[in-house]
Design a protein. Structure first.
Length: 218
């Protein structure tokens, strides 16, 4: 049965790293709204410049904008076999929007739909955010403290110069946590009440979390 998997958890809880691995594992597209929005900004489009104003403040981009992007992406051919959604939905309104989109793309087909919550204390996450670097070419994620690249500043996978996201600074990080608790955390109860939620302990090494994740999604 095809899977449609979504993920909840605070900023820098490790979702990006794990969902990238998962997409590779299942051969599904990895759809990450943060990256799609950053690509929109890089393209110089009007929607990109609107999105930038919200991202720079650590707030959610308006639902009409992110909804348009996600609707287009989920309607593409490669999503018919299943998908991994990282960073969407992030509010109750977006969760309802996702249900509508899924009704449209799945029809009567039986689907294994599941939300996985990355359960982690937030104490160390701001430090994770400010030490995070990523490869603009292949998307590989590093941390200067816990997963530094072998050659300073260069991606281990493709050798590209690593970059730091503009919103990965301390001030915006705090705003992103506020947004998370206000808008996104209520989704944990929402999916629990629909019997669609699994939780994993997201503390530990990448390998440890990966083993726990596989147990709940396979
Ligand atoms: P992320 O890469 O997931 O940390 O997202 C970076 C930023 O993009 C967030 O702080 C939001 O401003 C914006 N963003 C990403 N996903 C969404 C979404 N589903 N709804 C609204 N804004 C989003």
């Amino acid at each position: 049965m095809k899977k449609e998997l979504i993920f909840l958890g605070p900023p820098a809880c490790g979702k990006g790293t794990q969902t990238n691995l998962l997409a590779e594992h299942f051969g599904y597209p990895h759809i990450d709204t943060g990256s799609l929005l950053r690509a929109e900004i890089a393209s110089g489009s009007e929607n990109g410049s609107i999105a930038k104003q919200f991202i720079d403040k650590g707030q959610l981009v308006p639902v009409w904008l992110v909804g348009e992007i996600i609707k287009n992406r989920l309607s593409q051919e490669d999503c018919k076999k299943g998908f991994i959604l990282d960073g969407f939905p992030r509010s109750l309104e977006q969760a309802e929007m996702l249900e509508e989109i899924r009704e449209h793309i799945d029809g009567d087909e039986e689907v294994d739909f599941r939300a996985t919550y990355f359960d982690i204390e937030i104490d160390e996450l701001v430090s994770r955010i400010v030490n995070r670097r990523s490869c603009p070419k292949c998307g590989e994620i590093y941390n200067l403290k816990s997963k530094s690249p072998k050659n300073e500043g260069k991606c281990d996978v493709c050798g590209t110069e690593l970059t730091q996201r503009k919103d990965d600074n301390e001030e915006t990080a705090h705003a992103r946590f506020d947004t998370y608790f206000r808008e996104t955390a209520p989704l944990i109860e929402y999916y629990k009440s629909k019997n669609e939620l699994s939780s994993i302990d997201a503390k530990g090494t990448i390998d440890e979390v990966w083993e726990r994740l596989l147990k709940v999604v396979e």
